[in-house]
Design a protein around this ligand. Structure first.
Ligand code: FAD
Length: 450
């Protein structure tokens, strides 16, 4: 009988778990090494004093029949369908998401700047080539949405989230993440509350109980996952990985879901052209602040965006509105997202930090002075968003070509160094399993089902 091929998977997040899940154990000997004490990566959850939190909200936006079927199978009976209720808080009022299509409720001057600016931009830049996403984000936003929407939302919000000069990154990440309404929508949304919904996440799925962790655990069931076991060194010429527990694993194929910069750091003797690229991969960090509060229904929203500088956070979400089963009775929960430059998370141990967050939440009328915070948990996400620099595409082509040529598949949100979501991580893993096993990677339809 033919020997099984040896596959080592680095990282037990969704991409790594999915790669292992989709490899047939009859033909492949698959081992997963995961640095932390549980599976899931950024799709994991923690439970504290009866509150279950994700690493900021992790909501399932599914576009492909395959993933819809898989997740229904894995989480049968444990899924809710949620209707998005998202807002923007600015100028002291809440407007409906997305800002660009719903300025009704804002001061008249702001509405007029947004609507007139949008009309002008549409006239001036009607040729899509003038609105190419390879432009610097600031230019793309001005040309796509006009000066008013850029000034009142796109610029301040994206500066807070990305923490870089918006001329230093392109708009190549936007795709489905930033809805582009028509003039009629913008005008209608400036005159009354909207009826039309926009964007890829108007409805989403979420586990009834257990947070997003239950998805990661259900994929991991039956797989050989070694927890608390980091990959320290990838001896790529010898096809061996040295783990933190001292084991050295041989592989025929290596699937890495480590942040690409971390994988390259662990590969001694890289060719000089790859070595010099690794320092130029840019990213931003996020501090996730999970809060449990002693009052029910502090908001009816799914989440709220905060473009204004005076708020230290860019978004606040409300897990108790995804499912009531993840908060104690009579309580509410929140995830507060704070954008940070790469690796520079604020000193959250200083009591003034939480005071600043609380002040913002009170100003936005989410918290009342009398509310008690029962739980405050801080989770720094070092690699949160990949910055789409103008060089990123060419850099990635070179790096991935080198890695693939050495039987290394670097996949997932951070392995492939991209802006993506859980469904894509699962599909990346599946596609990689098919590549390794020699099956056609296009076995499932690769175009969305809607
Ligand atoms: C703030 C934020 C909000 C998000 N919200 C959503 C959402 O609502 N919906 C959605 O679909 N997606 C969302 N995402 C995206 C989603 O989290 C990711 O697309 C997906 O979970 C990425 O999975 P992954 O396996 O590629 O990476 P990861 O989850 O990062 O997995 C990589 C794994 O590698 C492990 N690792 C790292 N170093 C080593 C090492 N040296 N050795 C061994 N293991 C190692 C890590 O511990 C981790 O478990 C969000 C992301 C962020 C940052």
């Amino acid at each position: 009988m033919k020997n099984k091929s040896k596959v080592v998977v680095l990282g037990g997040g969704l991409a790594g778990l999915s790669a292992a899940y989709h490899l047939d154990p009859a033909h492949h000997d698959v081992r997963i090494a995961e640095k932390s004490g549980s599976v899931g990566g950024t799709a994991r959850s923690v439970t504290l004093k009866g509150f279950t939190f994700d690493i900021t909200g992790h909501l399932l936006h599914l576009h492909y029949d395959y993933t819809k079927g898989l997740i229904q199978k894995l989480l049968a009976g444990n899924l809710y369908t949620c209707i998005r209720k998202a807002s923007i808080f600015s100028n002291g009022v809440q407007t409906e998401y997305p800002f660009q299509a719903n300025t009704f409720g804002l001061p008249k001057k702001v509405i007029s700047e947004c609507v007139e600016g949008f009309k002008e931009a549409v006239k001036k830049y009607s040729d899509p080539a003038l609105r190419s996403t390879s432009l610097p984000f600031a230019d793309w936003s001005l040309r796509t949405f006009g000066a008013g929407i850029h000034k009142h939302f796109m610029k301040p919000y994206n500066e807070k989230l990305w923490q870089v000069d918006l001329k230093e990154m392109t708009a190549e990440w936007c795709g489905m993440f930033v809805p582009q309404p028509k003039v009629g929508d913008v005008v209608a949304g400036s005159q009354k509350r909207p009826k039309k919904s926009f964007g890829y996440n108007a409805t989403f799925l979420y586990p009834k109980k257990g947070g997003i962790q239950v998805l990661s655990e259900s994929i991991a069931k039956g797989l050989d996952v070694r927890l608390n076991c980091a990959a320290d060194e990838v001896l790529w010429r010898e096809k061996k990985v040295r783990l933190s527990n001292g084991d050295v694993l041989d592989y025929d194929s290596l699937v890495s879901t480590l942040p690409l910069a971390e994988l390259l750091k662990r590969m001694p003797g890289l060719p000089p052209e790859i070595e010099c690229l690794k320092a130029r991969l840019r990213f931003t960090s996020v501090l996730c602040v999970n809060l449990g509060v002693d009052r029910s229904k502090i908001s009816d929203r799914s989440w709220i965006y905060f473009p204004e500088k005076k708020f230290p956070f860019y978004r606040v979400g409300f897990p108790m509105n995804f499912t009531p089963h993840i908060v104690p009775k009579g309580c509410s929960s929140m995830y507060v997202e704070v954008g940070c430059p790469a690796g520079k998370v604020p000193d959250f141990k200083n009591p003034d930090f939480l005071k600043g967050i609380r002040k913002g939440l009170e100003e936005a009328k989410i918290l009342k002075k009398s509310d008690k915070i029962l739980v405050a948990d801080y989770i720094p996400i070092r690699y949160a968003y990949v910055v789409y620099t103008p060089e990123r595409k060419a850099q990635m082509e070179k790096i991935l070509k080198f890695l693939n040529g050495n039987s290394i598949h670097s996949i997932g949100r951070y392995g492939a160094w991209k802006y993506s979501f859980m469904e894509e991580a699962i599909l990346d893993g599946k596609k990689t399993a098919e590549l390794i096993s020699g099956a056609s990677p296009a076995r499932e339809p690769l175009s969305p089902s809607r």
